[in-house]
Design a protein around this ligand. Structure first.
Ligand code: H79
Length: 420
């Protein structure tokens, strides 16, 4: 049985996309960096001396900050420590194969040079630079794919965007006009002025109609046929499915899907959020997702100075260290044959099964119940000599003799060479 409740909460994949070769790179990539960066990094979760509950990038909504007040933040936005080369290099060292950054979040502030509004980083801030342009150039240079997050339905700054009911009367909004005259010209800018863009990551479809979602997908594909559209464009017309935020299906899902997730709790920088997941939890989450056929889009929330918080950097580098040794079992791998055991995840490629041992057995023997296929040889992925591990096949289990101590206390990968 396939549990898709985690995906229903997000958004699904259009029929037929499962065979689409445009997704080949994305299916192999498995791990990406999400970046939530905008004006909300300035208050960082604190408004007028009070902590505002919830995720940092929602502060305008949660505190019902009037547009005229919130937009003043732009006058202070001067992230002089922003360095595109460093961010891209961090993603690469973390083993992430793509980056998706907020071009416009729900607050409506544009982190790129838009001719459709002056409410953007080049026109409205002392910084005056276009960070998306710098990131696009750097991604080209360092060979990593770039995507843009764009909030197509919610826009708390635009009078006709969805979501702001404290400045504007929701019943008088011309949402179609906003889509035609604001969203579409901006999507055109994003897909015209920044070179090849690999993903447009729409979010929170809400009131968008099937025809409106479809017309956005067509616009993206007309401008850049290879650019993927995330399922959150709404109405099941995206190129791949998205789960709910931080949601992971309980078992394999037969779709191209992705879990967007946080390292702490917030997406946009929040100074009081210290609830950092451990490297162990993050690596296990990556492995869990890949073992069920998905991608992991893991977020960082840079500060208003343009710095990725050090706890995020440390965790990403730990993931990169693990991937440098074990990447073969992640990149280009899909779900393995054994599912549903708490201590084990399996991934696979043609001719190989990867056993991810998440908690090491005390008695020098890994027992895999339900594994009945023929095994030619077994070895530790981390062992450059590929020394053979003794294997016995039982009618109902595979028994592998292993070192007494876990070679990698987080996840030791055993490679099984199977009949191809
Ligand atoms: O961009 C990130 C989030 O800002 C965005 N999706 C990810 C990728 C997102 N948009 N909506 N939601 C997530 C659902 C938000 C729900 C809540 Fe709230 C925001 C719960 C707490 C803050 C709104 C305000 C509902 C309750 C208070």
């Amino acid at each position: 049985m396939t549990d898709i409740s985690a995906i229903r909460e997000g958004s699904g994949q259009r029929p037929g996309a499962r065979q689409d070769p445009r997704l080949a790179w994305w299916r192999a990539a498995r791990f990406g960096m999400f970046i939530h960066w905008g004006l909300y990094a300035i208050p960082a979760g604190i408004w007028k001396g009070q902590e505002v509950p919830g995720i940092g990038e929602w502060i305008m909504h949660r505190a019902r900050i009037p547009v005229r007040e919130y937009e003043q933040l732009a006058r202070q936005f001067n992230p002089t420590r922003f360095n595109a080369a460093e961010w891209v290099s961090l993603a690469r060292r973390a083993g992430q194969r793509y980056i998706v950054i907020t071009a416009k979040h729900h607050d409506g502030f544009c982190m790129f040079d838009s001719k459709v509004t002056t409410y953007d980083i080049v026109d409205a801030t002392p910084f005056g630079r276009d960070p998306l342009k710098e990131l696009a150039a750097e991604c080209q240079r360092q060979g990593i794919r770039l995507g843009f997050y764009y909030s197509q339905t919610q826009d708390w700054h635009h009078p006709d965007g969805d979501g702001n009911d404290w400045d504007y009367d929701e019943s008088r909004k011309d949402f179609d006009g906003y889509l035609e005259h604001y969203v579409k010209p901006q999507v055109r800018e994003l897909l015209t002025n920044y070179g090849p863009i690999s993903i447009i990551w729409f979010d929170t479809p809400r009131r968008i109609t099937p025809a409106q979602s479809q017309s956005l997908v067509e616009l993206v594909h007309d401008l850049q046929p290879d650019c993927l559209v995330c399922g959150r464009v709404g109405n099941q017309v995206g190129d791949y499915a998205s789960t709910g935020d931080n949601r992971i299906p309980t078992t394999v899902v037969e779709a191209d899907w992705e879990t967007p997730a946080t390292i702490n709790d917030t997406w946009g920088y929040k100074v009081t959020d210290h609830n950092w997941k451990s490297p162990r939890v993050l690596i296990h989450t990556l492995v869990d997702i890949v073992s069920k056929g998905g991608n992991y889009l893991l977020n960082v929330g840079p500060t208003a100075e343009g710095v990725i918080p050090q706890p995020s950097v440390e965790r990403l580098l730990a993931m990169g260290d693990w991937l440098a040794v074990n990447g073969e079992a992640i990149y280009g791998a899909g779900p393995g044959p054994i599912q549903g055991l708490h201590w084990l995840r399996t991934t696979a490629k043609p001719g190989k099964v990867y056993l991810h041992v998440l908690s090491w057995p005390p008695d020098g023997e890994v027992r895999v119940p339900g594994f009945t296929g023929a095994v030619r040889r077994a070895y530790l992925l981390a062992d450059p000599a590929r020394a053979e591990l003794p294997v016995r096949t039982h009618p109902d289990a595979l028994l592998i003799t292993v070192p007494a101590r876990a070679p990698d206390p987080i996840d030791t990968v055993i490679v099984l060479e199977t009949e191809a």
